[in-house]
Design a protein around this ligand. Sequence first.
Ligand code: GTR
Length: 418
Amino acid sequence: MKSGITINVICTLILAVLNLNAYSQADESWKPSKETLDKLTGNQSEFNYFEDKVPEYKLPGLLVTNDGKKVDNIEKWEKTRRGEILELFRTNVYGRVPSTKYNRSFKLINEDKKAMNGNATLRQVDITIERGGRSLDIHLTLFVPNNAAKPVPAFLLIDNRGPENTDPERKVKSEFWPAEEVIARGYAIAVFSNADVDPDNFDDFKNGIHGLLDNEERKPDSWGTIAAWAWGASRCLDYFETDKDIDSKKVAVVGHSRGGKTALWAAAEDQRFAMAVSNESGCGGAALARRKYGETVARINNSFPHWFCMNYRKWSDNEDSMPVDMHMLMALIAPRAVYVSSASDDLWADPRGSYLSLYYSLPVFQLYDKKIVLSEKMPPLNKQVISGKTAYHIRDGAHNMLLRDWNWFMDFGDTILK
Ligand code: GTR
């Protein structure tokens, strides 16, 4: 009898320990698996993927003006520092949109009030940008839920993958733009192709919107292709302002990878966006440049010479002299909402550096809401972290944007946009 009790107690203890382990393992801070590291570093990669090889760095001050004055309230942030940082990003990273005048018009090309088996209304709208007899069309596809009180909040995807992910007829479905699932949760979902605004190749800025709006010779701070795509997202928002079914004050701009870099810049430049979602955006997006982990500034300038302004090349192998780092880009979105997400195998995009960028931007979010706090520790795998207007997750798996990511975006959206 006695030994029965002892065995019971031992079993209970073992179970408790196992349980504890299961719990603590699930909640452990994410770090790259050995397998992933081996795969990436097997051939002696020229890029760093090891946390202990990240150099020491000092981030530029968020809350000190260019002439050294302390910024300790919302007024000083909004009147002085925010504008300074925005200018620093225009000059040194993405470039400046020209002030060229143009005409903009919207044309409803197709409407189907019984799309998605009657669950949604489809609208296809051409946004025409015209100047001096030449023009360019941004083709916007929009689904609005039929069974939801209007106006509804919306997710707008900057699509960098191609039309097979965004079929308006819904014959082909893709998790990259999971329209049915977003509609089921009471949001409108929209998309435009980045290539409509500017083709994703280096042609000396002759084609796309650059060819239409650039006047003079290009300058070191003339807009690059990411700035052009971000500008395109704002033109879609112009349309939403005219569509009575859409709550244009509650639009989240979403992007993956190069699109994720663009989503952050779009929300920084255009304060009408209520939220930015930056999925696996990495270098030139969410990831802190000074960590030099995965993709570097030199590498991105070499591989994609059209994405940034020419001044950005000054920071190739010279990240520590750059007057900004990406925590300042996050801060430009405050007090609006920002979602950063990563994938566990996608070390190229530096998950840790992307999270830290959000973390180091918090002093600005906290000017508006002291209750916003995140731990400096990396969040666990597959567990969303939300604090006020900031959110993060790291999903297991490869570089991609999946329904699982979207579900987390919408969970956060429910706390911000509804
Ligand atoms: C990669 C690039 C990344 C990222 C990615 C993508 O080749 O190095 O910065 O933007 O493309 O957009 O899929």
